[in-house]
Design a binder for this molecule. Structure first.
Ligand SMILES: [Zn+2]
Length: 70
């Protein structure tokens, strides 16, 4: 994986894509609750979710559903 550990959120809630002016700039003690899905975001949670999203995208590319045999 070549992405930075601080993957950008593109200024949106990582769950429902509601625009947030602050989600990319949360400090260690800051939090932002998404008005649409109710997810409470902290800097650590954003970082973890962004990292998972990047991993998931990479995994889908490397191991597509064709690997599943039915
Ligand atoms: Zn949301």
């Amino acid at each position: 994986m070549t992405t930075s550990p601080l993957a950008p959120t593109h200024g949106v809630c990582l769950l429902c894509k509601t625009p947030s002016p602050t989600i990319d700039t949360l400090g260690p003690d800051d939090e932002w609750r998404c008005p649409r899905c109710g997810q409470l975001w902290t800097a650590a949670r954003v970082k973890g979710a962004a990292a998972y999203a990047a991993w998931s995208a990479e995994y889908d590319r490397v191991a597509p559903l064709a690997a599943v045999t039915l």
